[in-house]
Ligand binder design. Structure first.
Ligand code: SF4
Length: 402
């Protein structure tokens, strides 16, 4: 099944190339490259099913499960998954939706691992959160391991004599253990929609912010709050403990934000050159990008914001508008399809989908749903109760800011 029903001259499918896929159409699981590193415990029969069969089988399982199950679909999922979503949205909106539907027994979370963890943290004990493919992680979240963050924190404690004035802020795109770390240390969680509000709160609590895992969201938000770039230092977590993250002591002393050296592999692909090429080609083009893009990219764009912001930006644009977008290709393709009166194109002519999100192949959704109809639960995400308590504290601090 194709994600685009109508050819769009601005969206060039033939140019989609990356190590994971050569397109965004669903192939049988066994034919999608890199599947070998995905969860391999799925039964053999699912590996060869084509998209049409999978869609049919998911529809049947969906019908059999009825109100016992909801399917949540992140904006970056492929169309063969998103068509089953009771709710689509960004990570936090989906976790909130799961929490609101507290009578639903099964939450099929078609996103990545940290998102399913957040849904488990916010949902009730009687609900089961299921991630169709346990290998669907997030390369950004993986750049901030609990041990590395805790090592950095104790180095900061040694350097400053105390961490009382440092507020840890973790982006939603992080493991539950890091949300818990923030909860335990007077910190908070932020999303790409509320980062300014959260940092404003953090600076009311302390002198500096320790921001992880996405350096770009942290830097772009700090810039928006008029914090000079030189007061946002970059902590290189790859160095051995004792290296002070490769930050010069004088710079650390003067810092307002200590940025973790993490990034999103999808958004880091966008460049100012792509924006300038887009403007050369379409002189009336408006450019909107995600704040996970590099600072120079965000500075060159007309607007930046979360996935919800981008979708709204496109929806509110006048008919006939030309809009170049810097975010994940499945969302851009969907916006192009849903806004046929506008010319929507992706800034990067050679774009990978989010390769980890892409691991939620429909074969996995069909498998976990069909098993649920037989009463078997696979791939349940269960956050440790202690971690849950502290992570909830950090999430609730964020919610109270709304
Ligand atoms: S788009 Fe980037 S941040 Fe989002 S899940 Fe994929 S790798 Fe992680």
């Amino acid at each position: 099944m194709s994600i685009i029903t109508k050819p769009n001259p601005y969206f060039q499918m033939s140019q989609l190339q990356c190590e994971t896929d050569t397109g965004i159409d669903t192939l049988p699981l066994a034919s999608e490259s890199s599947f070998g590193s995905w969860q391999t415990t799925i039964p053999e029969e699912y590996w060869s099913l084509d998209a049409e069969t999978l869609v049919k089988r998911i529809s049947e399982a969906r019908r059999d499960l009825g109100p016992e199950a909801i399917v949540l679909g992140h904006h970056y999922q492929r169309e063969d998954i998103i068509q089953f979503a009771d709710q689509r949205g960004d990570s936090f909106a989906l976790a909130e939706y799961a929490a609101k539907n507290d009578q639903t027994k099964y939450i099929l979370f078609c996103g990545v691992h940290f998102m399913a963890e957040a849904a488990d943290i916010l949902s009730t004990d009687s609900q089961h959160v299921i991630l169709p493919n346990m290998e669907a992680g997030c390369s950004m979240a993986d750049m901030a391991r609990e041990a590395d963050v805790k090592n950095a924190w104790s180095e900061l404690e040694d350097f400053f004599g105390s961490t009382d004035d440092i507020i840890p802020v973790t982006y939603m795109n992080s493991a539950a253990s890091l949300k818990a770390f923030c909860g335990e240390n007077g910190g908070v969680v932020c999303t790409s929609s509320n980062a300014t509000q959260v940092l404003t709160w953090a600076f009311q609590q302390g002198k500096r912010v320790f921001f992880f895992p996405d350096q770009h969201l942290g830097r772009n938000t700090g810039h928006l709050m008029n914090i000079p770039l030189e007061q946002m230092v970059l902590w290189n977590w790859r160095l051995s403990p004792g290296s002070l993250g490769d930050v010069v002591p004088h710079a650390l002393e003067n810092s307002k934000i200590i940025l973790w050296q993490g990034h999103c592999s999808v958004h880091q692909r966008f460049t100012p050159q792509q924006i300038s090429d887009a403007r050369d080609k379409h002189q009336d083009a408006q450019i909107v990008v995600h704040p996970e893009c590099r600072h120079d990219v965000v500075q060159s764009a007309d607007a930046n914001g979360s996935t919800a912001f981008i979708a709204e930006y496109v929806a509110n644009a006048a008919p006939g508008s030309t809009i170049g977008i810097g975010t994940e290709i499945n969302l851009v393709a969907r916006l192009a399809k849903e806004n046929p009166d506008k010319n929507i194109f992706c800034l990067d002519p050679v774009v990978c989908p989010c390769s980890t999100m892409y691991r939620v192949h429909p074969a996995y959704l069909a498998w976990v749903m069909e098993e649920l109809t037989k009463g078997n639960i696979h791939n349940q995400i269960s956050v440790d109760p202690g971690v849950k308590t502290h992570a909830r504290t950090a999430l609730n601090r964020m919610l109270e800011l709304r």
